[in-house]
Write a protein that binds this ligand. Structure first.
Ligand SMILES: [Zn+2]
Length: 119
């Protein structure tokens, strides 16, 4: 069982690493920070606002919470699906280079946002 002790948005006074995407949270950025207790151990979770939003938008949250691995898998899967839908020819081409993870994440994010706006 995972318990959330504290949860809130804070401003980064030093650079952190996002627990979801593994990218840097730069100084001055607002990010989500939470403290959890699982199996008797305390740990901190830090994430970009964007990554926390993605977890919501893609309904990643399970009973045990979302790990960085789950996040990675979900984003790369979703990216693949979106790309297939938009440009199947390109997606099937062996010359197509899959962009780095942070770009995939941004693509998925922007795509979902655009969809939300046209609803
Ligand atoms: Zn992140």
């Amino acid at each position: 069982m995972m318990e959330t002790l504290r949860y809130g948005k804070v401003k980064a006074r030093k650079a952190h690493v996002c627990s979801f995407c593994g990218c840097t949270i730069p100084v001055g950025a607002t990010y989500w920070r939470s403290a959890h207790k699982a199996n008797g151990e305390l740990y901190d979770w830090k994430s970009h606002e964007k990554c926390a939003e993605l977890v919501d938008m893609l309904n990643m949250e399970g009973d045990e919470g979302v790990t960085g691995e789950d996040f990675y898998e979900c984003i790369t899967d979703t990216f693949g699906e979106m790309w297939d839908e938009m440009d199947p020819e390109m997606a099937e081409s062996k010359d197509f280079v899959i962009p780095e993870f942070s770009k995939q994440r941004d693509f998925v994010y922007n795509h979902l946002k655009a969809k939300e706006e046209t609803k």
